[in-house]
Design a protein around this ligand. Structure first.
Ligand code: KG4
Ligand code: ZN
Length: 337
């Protein structure tokens, strides 16, 4: 039975973004995110600094989200929060804040799995966006995960394949670091790649069975490639940035597309979605559309705002859990992987 008047306040703090959203049913009233710039200089997220910044940001972010939604706290029916996977110190800040709110407002707490939430972001109401039909395959690609998931209903997920080592987002970020670019490097590689030639440099494929992935070898071969070229020309990266980014990006996306295509073929499933931070990548978005025509499937690409970490995706997942009264105890602790 659907409750058609549900207000949910959602909190996400699993990595380096502190985010709070307020949803009315499946509609986002506000989604406020504080990004942490401090990690740029380190080439990756420093967990201790991330949790300290969450602690500073969480109250102003929640306050801003409630104000923007133009509701009072007494109207909220449940508090949703990311329980994991993520960084322990970061998760603890969001989870403890959410528990306190749930306790003080005397409303249920709903724990949400971050990776499932990335997929559920497709169900956020948007007039310009078609909602995927079941069953569908979701290629979930983020800074910490690379997964192929079969989704047969709301909240019904089956993991079909995943990375055996690094995530594809890490392959982007670490390559960027090797080239001296700040963290997160994915969006920057995407930007430079737009002006570059994707066929200029070639990278070797890792031979991994079925629907699994491996990105650690690609990252190492990228390091050796850059070192070798820099021995000949110390300005190699600066002079060839666009072509390096385009070729490397093309290679990573090609690996993702090949595995996704294989899974679609083997399962006969005709609907495909992408989710997670790397689903913001323009080459991936382009190649998904090419695949749509090539093998005659339906593809669903998430709104740009809901690709990288955000609390709206936590809220929409909690909305479906709320319908089934899937509430959490105040004793829950975070899980990291
Ligand atoms: O989902 P997300 O925001 O956080 C995690 O749950 O990890 O994903 C972050 C990842 C980072 O590795 C970032 O470099 C990557 O998503 N990313 C991109 C792009 N935008 C974000 N990678 C490639 N191209 C992009 N446009
Ligand atoms: Zn994420």
């Amino acid at each position: 039975m659907q409750n058609l008047n549900t207000f949910i306040l959602a909190i996400e703090s699993s990595c380096d973004d502190t985010s709070c959203a307020v949803l009315h049913n499946n509609e986002v009233l506000s989604n406020v995110t504080a990004n942490q710039k401090i990690h740029e200089q380190y080439g990756g997220v420093v967990p201790e600094l991330a949790s300290r910044d969450h602690q500073k940001n969480i109250l102003p972010v929640v306050d801003a989200a409630v104000k923007k939604a133009n509701i009072s706290l007494s109207q909220i029916n449940a508090i949703a929060v990311t329980r994991g996977p993520g960084l322990m110190g970061s998760l603890l800040v969001g989870l403890n804040f959410a528990k306190s709110l749930s306790l003080s407002l005397n409303i249920p707490l709903i724990e949400v799995d971050h990776m499932q939430a990335h997929i559920m972001a497709h169900f956020i109401k948007d007039k310009d966006q078609a909602i995927p039909t079941f069953p569908f395959i979701c290629l979930t690609v983020s800074g910490g995960h690379t997964q192929l998931v079969k989704v047969s209903d709301y909240l019904k997920f089956e993991l079909m394949g995943q990375t055996l080592d690094d995530a594809v987002g890490e392959a982007f970020d670490k390559a960027a670091k090797i080239m001296g670019l700040p963290y997160p490097g994915g969006p920057l590689i995407d930007k430079y790649a737009q002006q570059g030639n994707p066929n200029r440099f070639k990278f070797a494929d890792a031979k991994i069975p079925e629907y699994n992935f491996s990105f650690s070898g690609i990252k190492t071969s990228f390091l050796y490639f850059i070192q070798k070229e820099q021995n000949v020309n110390p300005n190699f990266v600066q002079e060839n940035m666009n072509d390096i980014c385009a070729s490397y990006q093309y290679h990573l996306i090609d690996v993702l597309i090949k595995k996704t295509k294989l899974l679609l073929k083997d399962t006969g499933i005709k609907n495909l979605t992408i989710a997670g931070g790397v689903s913001a990548n323009s080459e991936l978005r382009k190649q998904i559309k090419v695949l749509e025509k090539e093998i005659n499937i339906n593809t669903f690409i998430p709104q740009f705002d809901y690709c990288t970490d955000n609390a709206a995706m936590i809220g929409i997942t909690a909305y479906y859990k709320f319908q089934n009264k899937q509430f959490s105890s105040l004793n829950i602790t975070p899980f990291t992987s």
